[in-house]
Design a protein around this ligand. Structure first.
Ligand SMILES: [Zn+2]
Ligand SMILES: [Zn+2]
Length: 139
């Protein structure tokens, strides 16, 4: 068996699908993992290590997603964070560095804006919202 040598090339050569938000997705439906020297890591953590200097031995560190798609491993969508600061990071990501998603999961334009209780603006898809309302109310 060939040993996985940890390198950017190894990550870049993984087969992937790129969605309309430029998220890189593995053909799995769970958070993608990768085995390095017999140890299992979340792919996002490895990407944060290789591209953003995350310390793999620090158990509190994790690869956070600006795109809010935790299955994604696009290095530009991932940053190095900690479990304890993850919640804070997510609030910050909502106002600064967030990758602007233009489309919803079904490919509709995100054409609605709602203001959350914490004052942050959030884009949503009016088409999906309408369909959800119809399902909920029955008309
Ligand atoms: Zn992404
Ligand atoms: Zn939609």
């Amino acid at each position: 068996m060939r040993k996985n040598i940890l390198s950017k090339e190894l990550i870049l050569n993984l087969s992937k699908q790129i969605d309309i938000n430029e998220c890189w997705l593995r053909p799995v439906h769970t958070r993608p993992v990768i085995w390095i020297s017999g140890r299992k890591f979340f792919l996002a953590k490895i990407v944060a290590h290789l591209w953003h200097g995350l310390d793999l031995e620090d158990e509190d560190k994790l690869g956070c997603h600006k795109c809010n798609n935790e299955n994604c491993f696009n290095p530009e969508h991932i940053y190095s964070g900690t479990y304890s600061s993850n919640a804070i990071d997510m609030v910050i990501a909502g106002t600064h560095g967030q990758v602007k998603r233009k489309f919803c999961k079904l490919g509709h334009l995100l054409d609605g804006i709602k203001i959350r209780r914490n004052g942050l603006k959030e884009r949503y898809c009016k088409t999906c919202q309408r369909i959800a309302n119809i399902k909920y109310r029955g008309y």
